[in-house]
Design a protein around this ligand. Sequence first.
Ligand SMILES: Cc1cc2nc3c(=O)[nH]c(=O)nc-3n(C[C@H](O)[C@H](O)[C@H](O)COP(=O)(O)OP(=O)(O)OC[C@H]3O[C@@H](n4cnc5c(N)ncnc54)[C@H](O)[C@@H]3O)c2cc1C
Ligand code: FES
Length: 330
Amino acid sequence: MNGNEMLVNTTESKQFDVQDDQSILDAALKSGLVLEYSCKNGQCGVCKATLLKGDVVELQAQLALSDRERNDKKILTCCCAAVTDIEIDAVDLSALHGIEIKTLPARVSQVAYLSDNIVEVKLRLPPTANFQFIEGQYLDVIWNSIRRSYSIASISSEKEITLLIKRFENGQMSDYWFNKILANDLLRIEGPKGTFFLRDADTPLIFLATGTGIAPIKSILHRLEHDPDYQQMHPIAVYWGSRYSEEFVWQANFHKLKVDFYHVLSKPVADWAGETGYVQDNAITNQADFSASAVYACGSNAMIQSAKQKFLASGLPENRFHSDAFVQSF
Ligand SMILES: Cc1cc2nc3c(=O)[nH]c(=O)nc-3n(C[C@H](O)[C@H](O)[C@H](O)COP(=O)(O)OP(=O)(O)OC[C@H]3O[C@@H](n4cnc5c(N)ncnc54)[C@H](O)[C@@H]3O)c2cc1C
Ligand code: FES
């Protein structure tokens, strides 16, 4: 049934119809607006917006909202539907306009086990697919009715899509990736999705990753490395954290980019020469002033929430903290 109207106050106000049972985020995406989002299931908080007028109902629990934020009229657009005409304050990411979310067949072309718990999978799409994405985005893989999200580790000019996947104990998709997968298997993908992409290249950049959270960061950095128009004017630092040193499965090797790369072990061993502790603490200790920086954090939700709180307390403007949390699927 036809529902209510939504007014989104972006740089230019935009107005459109929303269906009763449709999340505000989905309605916006369908209308051509791209609001910030990542997990789409209420856990990461990336889609937080301010409800200026009207009423909403929860379609799924807004897990990432605090009581204080609820009182301040914050909503998670992936979790709420409009029950009256509404007006919200949110950012429309025009860089993603025109990038179509597609469902496509994908063949497994290569499988490489980089450690006991990390596999690199390459997927080949049909030659006519014209699959476009911005480096940093993710896609959903669908196999046997199971759907899981994975960040794209390759860049858009490459022929194949590369994923870096961590094994989860008793994980349904982990069982496929680590026990059942065969070259030439046919999967389905849906994407690209998410709004984790580089939008402030002309500032000092700090990237934080835990585990396979390095995947979209690898993609973003390779994009910069291959972009003939990009001239590096500011420092770039990458803090990559892991519990085990054998899970640092990517060796960064740039010719054009100058990147300060820190490997951070949370549980250091006797012969470890790198950093120890948490990535966010290492990054904050290494720099005095974050007022001109931008931070891109990807991986565990615990790291991201802690990093956000610490960086904002250290002077980073809130609109310069971008994240993609690898939260569990429901
Ligand atoms: C936007 C996004 C991007 C992602 N990108 C990547 C990526 O590039 N590489 C990658 O390895 N993973 C990524 N993930 C996580 C991935 O989608 C799956 O959640 C993960 O691979 C587990 O799936 P599974 O089917 O093996 O385990 P499941 O069957 O879903 O779960 C098995 C058990 O493992 C635990 N578990 C599952 N997922 C998580 C989690 N995320 N955090 C903590 N505990 C969990 C739970 O206790 C659960 O009972 C991403 C997630 C999101 C939301
Ligand atoms: S909470 Fe809405 S996108 Fe994650």
